[in-house]
Design a protein around this ligand. Structure first.
Ligand code: FE
Ligand code: FE
Ligand code: ZN
Length: 282
């Protein structure tokens, strides 16, 4: 099975340029922000650019692309206006994803700001039920979070609670983040099989459609969310290699979100590809 490895890239100069950049750094998938990560205004779309991007992805046998929601989006804010804004941003971003390529759209479930996890999960599912359309191609993914502050999604149980209240089941899934899961207290480096078995028991591994591969600056359970370059954190290169070659995760796109520029991501991708190849000849 093809291993789809990529990185978070900028789409600021257009989607076709982004896809070519991904290929240049040795990626066969990539992630990007559908709009300014901290702002809320979607950029205007150029049909020619989207068309060129689509053609390039097919020519180069790319795996699915991953669009990322802006960080400011909070579907379980206490203020109903902020929740409505979240729904509006997601609906707009999904229109872009539909026009670009059949792929994934990842969002952070949000922070319940004292309303409680249960109410947070209910509000997140309510937004998904308002936004998701049975005819859409894009699958919307909940990211596993560290659980810092009042963040929802630090426990696998949170994800189950949200998913179980969504009507459009085939249009939702999960994006695992190795740094976030470790920071949340799951022993990704020490006991990956155990973590995946736990996820399977609570949520079901069939829901995992994409993953972010990051090392972490902090120890297991620290709930800090500080990404490190692969091999420069507490997880280590071997843990990341075990993750991307794990049979339970075969075929999904893996995206680097490490603190590197495109060239740095290119070096990480080359190193990981080399190490995967060395493993398979042993
Ligand atoms: Fe994220
Ligand atoms: Fe992430
Ligand atoms: Zn993070």
């Amino acid at each position: 099975m093809t291993c789809y490895l990529g990185a978070h890239l900028s789409s600021a100069k257009g989607y076709a340029k982004m896809a070519r950049r991904a290929a240049e750094i040795g990626a066969n998938t990539c992630q990007f922000f559908c709009r300014n990560p901290r702002g809320s205004r979607a950029k205007s779309l150029n049909e020619g650019d989207l068309e060129q991007c689509r053609t390039f992805l097919v020519e180069r046998n790319f795996g699915p692309l991953v669009g990322h929601a802006p960080y400011i989006m909070n579907p379980c804010a206490k203020d109903p206006g902020i929740r409505e804004l979240a729904a509006r941003m997601m609906a707009e971003d999904l229109m872009l994803m539909e026009r670009l390529t059949p792929g994934y759209y990842v969002f952070h479930p949000g922070s319940h700001v004292g309303q409680g996890i249960e109410e947070g999960c209910r509000q997140i599912a309510a937004m998904l039920n308002a936004v998701l359309r049975p005819e859409q191609q894009t699958v919307v993914l909940l990211e596993t979070m560290t659980g810092k502050g009042t963040e929802v999604g630090g426990r696998f149980e949170d994800l189950r609670a949200i998913l179980s209240q969504v009507t459009c089941r085939e249009k939702v899934g999960v994006c695992m983040d190795t740094c976030h899961m470790s920071d949340a207290g799951y022993h990704v480096a020490g006991d990956l099989d155990g973590v995946l078995a736990e996820f399977d028991r609570v949520v079901g591994l069939r829901w995992v459609k994409a993953a972010h591969i990051n090392d972490s600056l902090n120890p297991v359970g620290a709930q800090k969310d500080r990404h490190a370059a692969i091999g420069e954190g507490t997880l280590g290169t071997d843990a990341i290699l075990r993750f991307i070659t794990h049979p339970a995760l075969a075929g999904i796109p893996f995206e680097l979100e490490t603190p590197q520029d495109d060239e740095g991501h290119g070096r990480e991708l080359a190193m990981l590809r080399e190490r995967i190849a060395a493993r398979s000849v042993q």
